[in-house]
Design a protein around this ligand. Structure first.
Ligand SMILES: [Zn+2]
Length: 299
């Protein structure tokens, strides 16, 4: 199932004679859908939303084909335990968290993302590029705020100095008011003065959610970072999408094998077998007759 929000999109751009690559997005609808499906509490919503946007930005900068998939897996020592997101070359994203119902005390009114993620652990990025070509990189967490951790990953694992600014603003009723941000990658050939100027403008930029709440578009975010101008690349919709289906789960149960399926059928206390997709929280029910058919297929 896919959820589309017309204000959600990502732009690709270059600046300074292609010595800078930049990406900006509004993903408010995507993060709202993640919050709704996983019933996350505010700091967890921010952790999941930032990871989802980081995966979308990273996908936009590295994936070349629509079917390629990038996974960001954050495992910290905080109470949420795990935040995992997958995004593909079409801008489709889904994700899960270890525990959606945890809090961390907030300081100066800001959501305490590192309080739920933790400050020790790792962030792993896996790219499935098709044709059995998989790339995996991993870094230790340096902040637990996700954005800085992704920037550290890009500097260390991909040797690309990057600035990542991503944020999620959660309303008192737990819904998502704004979610978005940018990724700026510095390529070889920039002078120290040029790097300094970019860093200054990024440092002076209001928080991404403040910009979005003022009505700033992703294109306008890039204009603020590159007032001398930038070259527009393309615009891509970003959507929540989970490819799960009854057929996929049926095949997955069959693949458990005859013995395991027999055990599931025998130990089932409900009048049906229920399977829940951890990525979208969709539930699928299989009747005893359907389970018998699956059992026959698992022989
Ligand atoms: Zn699903």
């Amino acid at each position: 199932m896919t959820t589309t929000n017309h204000t959600d999109y990502l732009v690709r751009a270059t600046a300074l004679d292609e010595r800078v690559r930049a990406f900006a997005l509004n993903a408010t609808g995507v993060v709202q859908e993640l919050q709704r499906r996983h019933d996350t509490y505010p700091a967890v919503t921010a952790a999941l939303g930032r990871t989802a946007m980081g995966a979308l930005l990273l996908s936009a900068s590295t994936l070349k084909e629509p079917d390629q998939v990038l996974t960001v897996d954050v495992r910290g020592n905080g109470p949420v335990r795990r935040v995992m997101v997958t995004a593909d070359g079409r801008g489709q994203v889904r994700g899960l968290v270890g525990d959606p119902h945890v809090h961390a005390d907030s300081t100066n009114g800001k959501l305490n993302v590192r309080g739920v993620v933790g400050t020790e652990g790792y962030l792993a990025v896996t790219k499935d590029l098709g044709m059995r070509e998989t790339y995996r990189g991993m870094v230790e967490l340096v902040s637990g705020e996700i954005g800085d951790d992704l920037a550290y990953y890009m500097a260390k694992s991909e040797q690309t100095p990057s600035a990542v600014g991503i944020g999620v603003f959660v309303n008192p009723d737990l819904t998502v008011e704004a979610a978005g941000g940018y990724l700026v990658q510095l390529l070889p050939g920039l002078s120290d003065d040029e790097i300094g100027a970019i860093e200054q403008r990024i440092a002076a930029l209001p928080h991404p959610t403040q910009l979005l709440r003022e009505g700033t578009t992703p294109e306008q975010m890039l204009e603020r970072i590159f007032p001398e101008g930038y070259t527009f690349g393309d615009r891509q919709d970003v959507t929540f999408h989970c490819p799960c289906s009854r057929e996929r789960f049926e095949a997955a149960i069959v693949s458990l094998g005859h013995e395991e399926v027999t055990r599931i059928v025998e130990e089932e206390e409900q009048p049906y077998t229920e399977v829940v997709c951890h990525f979208c929280n969709e539930t699928y029910h299989f009747s005893p007759d359907e389970m018998q058919a699956i059992l026959a297929a698992a022989r």
